[in-house]
Design a protein around this ligand. Structure first.
Ligand SMILES: NC(=O)c1ccc[n+]([C@@H]2O[C@H](COP(=O)([O-])OP(=O)(O)OC[C@H]3O[C@@H](n4cnc5c(N)ncnc54)[C@H](OP(=O)(O)O)[C@@H]3O)[C@@H](O)[C@H]2O)c1
Length: 436
C-alpha cells in the first residue's frame, strides 16, 4: 500500500528548523497537490525545551531526547538542522543506518564526511540530500546534478557567504572600515557574535568543497583548499580597486584545467562590469561553466529562515515524490565519481593588486620595477598617491601585476620589503580571472 503521509523528525528548531516548519505549514496545500502526499513533522529535537520560539509548534512535538526521532520506527525522514559536526554527524549516521532518509543544511558535516554518508545512504537504500548546505535558497547543487548533469564542468566560481558579502558591500558603498562594517553586520543579524567562520573563509571552503565534488566529481577536503579571509581588506583597498575598475569580493573559485583542478577561497578584485560585482549585501551568486551550456549563473538569498527552508523542503518533496513513485530504494544520491582523475593544485597563476608604502625619492620606482622584472612579473598598471596624515613621509604605490604564482610574488615582495625606502607591503589581493 502506498504511503499517504511522510513523517518527518526535525533535529533542531532554530533559524532553519523554524523556517522549514513554517514553510511546511504555509505551503501544505501546494505540497500535497504536487506530490499527492502530506508531509507531517511528528517530533522536533531541541536542546532547551523551555526556550521561547519565534515559530510556534504544538508543545507535544518537542523533545530533548534524540532517540524519540532516531529510534522512532514511524519516522521516515530526518531533517538535520542542528549545525556543528557533533552530534549532527552521529545523528545522521544513525538515521541512515536505521533506514531513514536524511535532509541536511549542514555544510561542515557534508564537506567533511559527505562521501562516507553518501555511500552509507546508497548501502542502506535511502536518500541523502543537502541542497541548503550551499547557497541557502539557491538550487545550485540540484542544477549541477540534474538539469546540467550532461555537461563537463570547467569552472565554478561564486559568492557563497552572505556575511562577508554584506561587509564588503558596506565598505565599498559607504566608505566604511572593516571593523565598522562588521559591527553593522552583527547589529543587522547578518554576522554572528563570533564571526570567525565567515570572515576567515571557513564557511566558504566547506561550500566550495561540496561544489567541487558536485561539479567535478572529485573530493578536495576543505582544509586543503587555500583560504584567505577578508579581515585585512581596508577602505583604501576598496577605493583603489574602484579607481582601477574593480570591486573586492570573497570568491570561492574552482577551475578544471585539463587534468588539474585549481581552487581557492580568497578576496579578489572583480571587474565592475562582471555580474558578480553586482551581487550585493547578503545575496549570493554562483557561476558554473559547462562544456555544452557555457556560463550559467544562479543568484539569490544564501541564508535566512525561509530561503534555506525552501531548499530543505524542496529536498523533502524529492523524497516524497520518490515515495509517490515507489522508488525510494532506487534513488542514488549524488556521488563522488571515482573515475575522474584530476590532480589537485592549490594555486594557479593570477594577476595581483599590490599596495606598498615607500619614501618619495628618485630611483624608488625603478628599483621596485626591476625586482618585479627579475621575478618575471609584469607591471600592468601603476598609480602613486600623495602622502597623507596617516602615511606621513611615505607615499602609497599601487600596482596591478601580470600573471604569476603567489609563491613567486611573495619572493619578489620579500626582496622589495628589504629596501630601506619601503616602509611596508600594505595589501596583496588577487585579480579574479573570470574570462579564461
Ligand atoms: N541560518 C542560516 O541562514 C543557514 C543557511 C544555510 C545553512 N545553514 C545551516 O543550517 C544548520 C542550522 O543552522 P541555524 O542557523 O538554524 O542554527 P540555530 O539557529 O543555532 O539552531 C540550531 C537548533 O539546533 C538545536 N540544537 C543544537 N545543538 C543541539 C543538540 N546537541 N541537541 C539538541 N538540539 C540542538 C538548537 O536547540 P535550542 O533552540 O534549544 O538551542 C536549535 O533549535 C547549520 O548547519 C547551518 O550551517 C544555516
Amino acid at each position: 500500500m502506498k504511503k499517504k503521509t511522510i513523517k518527518v523528525g526535525l533535529l533542531g528548531f532554530g533559524t532553519v528548523g523554524g523556517g522549514t516548519y513554517r514553510m511546511l505549514s504555509t505551503n501544505a496545500h501546494t505540497i500535497s497537490y504536487t506530490t499527492g502526499l502530506s508531509i507531517e513533522v511528528t517530533k522536533i529535537l531541541v536542546r532547551d525545551l523551555s526556550k521561547k520560539r519565534d515559530v510556534s509548534a504544538p508543545d507535544e512535538l518537542f523533545t530533548d531526547n534524540p532517540d524519540d526521532i532516531l529510534k522512532n520506527p514511524e519516522i521516515d525522514v530526518v531533517v538535520e538542522v542542528l549545525g556543528g559536526i557533533h552530534p549532527a554527524f552521529d545523528y545522521m549516521e544513525e538515521a541512515i543506518k536505521a533506514g531513514k532518509h536524511v535532509v541536511t543544511a549542514n555544510k561542515a558535516v557534508i564537506a567533511k564526511d559527505g562521501p562516507y554518508l553518501t555511500q552509507l545512504a546508497i548501502d542502506n537504500k535511502v536518500i541523502l540530500r543537502y541542497e541548503a548546505s550551499v547557497g541557502g535558497g539557491i538550487p545550485i547543487l540540484n542544477a549541477l546534478s540534474t538539469s546540467l548533469q550532461a555537461n563537463e564542468f570547467t569552472e565554478v566560481v561564486g559568492i557563497v557567504n552572505g556575511t562577508t558579502n554584506y561587509i564588503l558591500t558596506q565598505m565599498a558603498e559607504n566608505d566604511m572600515e572593516y571593523a565598522d562594517a562588521l559591527k553593522q553586520a552583527q547589529a543587522m543579524g547578518f554576522a554572528e557574535a563570533d564571526p570567525t567562520g565567515d570572515v576567515e573563509g571557513y564557511d566558504a571552503v566547506n561550500k566550495l568543497s561540496i561544489l567541487i565534488s558536485t561539479a567535478f566529481g572529485v573530493r578536495v577536503a576543505p582544509e586543503d583548499i587555500p583560504r584567505e579571509g577578508i579581515t585585512n581588506i581596508t577602505k583604501e583597498d576598496m577605493a583603489y580597486a574602484k579607481q582601477f575598475g574593480y570591486t573586492i569580493k570573497l570568491l570561492a573559485h574552482a577551475r578544471r584545467y585539463r587534468n588539474t583542478l585549481e581552487c581557492s577561497v580568497q578576496p579578489a578584485m572583480v571587474p565592475l562590469g562582471h555580474p558578480l560585482a553586482t551581487v550585493k549585501n547578503e545575496f549570493n551568486a554562483i557561476f558554473a561553466k559547462g562544456n555544452a551550456v557555457d556560463d550559467v549563473m544562479l543568484y539569490g538569498k544564501g541564508a535566512g529562515a525561509m530561503p534555506t527552508g525552501s531548499a530543505v523542503v524542496g529536498n523533502l518533496l524529492e523524497i516524497a515524490r520518490a515515495y509517490a513513485f515507489g522508488t525510494t530504494d532506487r534513488t542514488i544520491p549524488t556521488a563522488v565519481n571515482d573515475n575522474v582523475n584530476l590532480q589537485f593544485d592549490g594555486e594557479g597563476q593570477n594577476m595581483y593588486y599590490v599596495t606598498l608604502l615607500a619614501e618619495d625619492m628618485t630611483g624608488v620606482l625603478g628599483k621596485i620595477a626591476t625586482k618585479f622584472g627579475d621575478a618575471g612579473i609584469a607591471i600592468k598598471s601603476f598609480v602613486q598617491h600623495p602622502s597623507t596624515k596617516q602615511t606621513g613621509r611615505y607615499v602609497p604605490l599601487i600596482y596591478i601585476l601580470g600573471e604569476t604564482t603567489r609563491d613567486r610574488l611573495n619572493e619578489a615582495l620579500e626582496d622589495i620589503s628589504g629596501f630601506t625606502f619601503v616602509k611596508e607591503i600594505k595589501s596583496v589581493i588577487c585579480v579574479a580571472d573570470l574570462d579564461r
